[in-house]
Ligand binder design. Structure first.
Ligand code: ATP
Ligand code: MG
Length: 385
């Protein structure tokens, strides 16, 4: 879990105490400083993960303070948030340029915004830490390409290959998830209900104890939103923290985001150990996939982390593997043949394809892919250290 230590730098003692109380309520350890100089001493000595600064402090300007913190190795990774009564656009700009991650105005609504921002940024920074379970994200730029079926079957095969490990599948497809219906899970817990829990409840231990293991599938499931109305209530700021907790509790955290590439899921893709990208064989999908690939690379996703899968979900026709690779300028690591109605049949009976049709060549492909993805993710993780 995140080390929740915050330093509040503000010349006004009443304001400092007010902000402190909110952080204390959310179980942060709180430090205070009344000047920039005092703040620097605390930051370098006590190493908070987060520094909330009123940039209008006068002994050192907020911008100067941010630059000093960002330039010093002891504080370069700290998250800096400005909480300010100065609402001029120029001030906002100069603070963001100086290294603040966000700028929040002191107003009636400041505290909920500040807490949400801090929890979210801290969660993302924790998720970025390359330790704990391996994070694998499955996505496709287009719907109906077999992402959820492949995600569930690969997860299951990872556990067949390595029965001593633990894996959780997280369904983040909005507005309705489908892994629960594929795996036959009908329990009460899902991503929306869990996002509603306060951080101190949604701990690694909580997930280990409450997420049901779906028998023949072997993985634990954090089901997706059951309907559009629920998805509207998803507290997306909690996702990063939930993923971080799951990484602390499981060897593999396998996330289906379907085609929901968004502000919510981008941090997952950026921080995952492996990005499975499902492509179907029609030219339209291949060109959409190319666009998404370019976008991901622009957002700092390591091209070596991309595991492209060609799935003939819609029929025999379409591009060959070679032609698709050429168009994508990316190697295709696995190709799943057209399975007629068999994948749909296995899904509707809540059975892993590989158990229902063990002799089918696709079962061997899925099992082999599971092995390869684990090796690839492990290698990338060890390179990151
Ligand atoms: N290789 C295949 N051959 C035949 N049918 C397939 C194949 N792969 C998947 N399917 C079928 O295609 C349909 C869509 O699969 P699935 O729900 O896994 O796709 P998805 O990309 O997750 O879709 P969605 O966009 O709804 O989330 C299902 O009926 C599934 O059984
Ligand atoms: Mg799906």
């Amino acid at each position: 879990m995140p080390e929740k230590k915050v330093l509040i730098i503000d010349a006004d003692v009443a304001s400092r105490n007010f902000v402190s109380r909110h952080f204390l309520n959310q179980k942060y350890e709180v430090l205070q400083a009344g000047s920039g100089k005092e703040g620097l001493i605390h930051a370098w000595r006590d190493r908070p993960s987060l520094v909330v600064i009123d940039p209008t402090i006068t002994d050192i300007s907020g911008e100067e303070l941010a630059r000093k913190l960002k330039q010093d190795l002891r504080s370069a990774n700290m998250l800096l948030i400005a909480l300010s009564s100065d609402s001029s656009a120029m001030r906002v700009r100069s603070c963001l340029d100086a290294g603040f991650s966000d700028y929040i105005f002191k107003s009636g609504q400041a505290m909920p915004v500040l807490m949400e921002t801090c929890n979210r940024l801290l969660g993302v920074s924790v998720m970025a830490v390359k330790k704990g379970g391996l994070l694998m994200v499955f996505q496709s730029p287009k719907g109906g390409t077999g992402t959820s079926s492949i995600c569930a079957n690969v997860a299951m095969n990872i556990l067949v290959n390595q029965p001593e490990t633990r894996a959780v599948v997280v369904d983040l497809v909005l507005p309705i998830g489908s892994i629960a219906s594929i795996a036959g899970y009908t329990g009460p817990q899902n991503i929306v209900t869990v996002s509603d829990l306060p951080p101190e409840v949604a701990t690694p231990k909580f997930f280990q104890e409450t997420l049901t293991q779906v028998d023949i599938w072997r993985f634990s499931l954090l089901a997706g939103s059951p309907d559009p109305e629920s998805s509207i209530h998803l507290k997306s700021a909690r996702i990063a923290d939930i993923i971080a907790a799951l990484k602390a509790a499981y060897d593999y955290v396998i996330v289906d985001i379907g085609r929901s590439l968004s502000r919510i899921t981008l941090p997952l893709i950026q921080n995952s150990d492996l990005n499975a990208l499902i492509v179907s064989t029609d030219i339209g999908t291949v060109s959409l996939t190319k666009t998404v690939l370019e976008y991901m690379k622009g957002k700092g996703v390591n091209p070596a982390s991309i595991y492209a899968i060609l799935n003939r979900a819609v029929g025999l026709e379409g591009l060959s593997k070679g032609k698709a690779e050429e168009a994508l300028e990316t190697p295709i690591r696995m190709a799943l043949p057209y399975l007629g109605g068999n994948m749909a049949l296995a899904n509707s009976q809540h059975q892993p394809f590989t158990l229902k049709f063990p002799k089918d060549s696709a079962s061997i492909v899925l099992q082999e892919a599971a092995r390869e993805m684990v090796t690839m993710a492990r290698n990338l993780r060890s390179e990151a250290h």
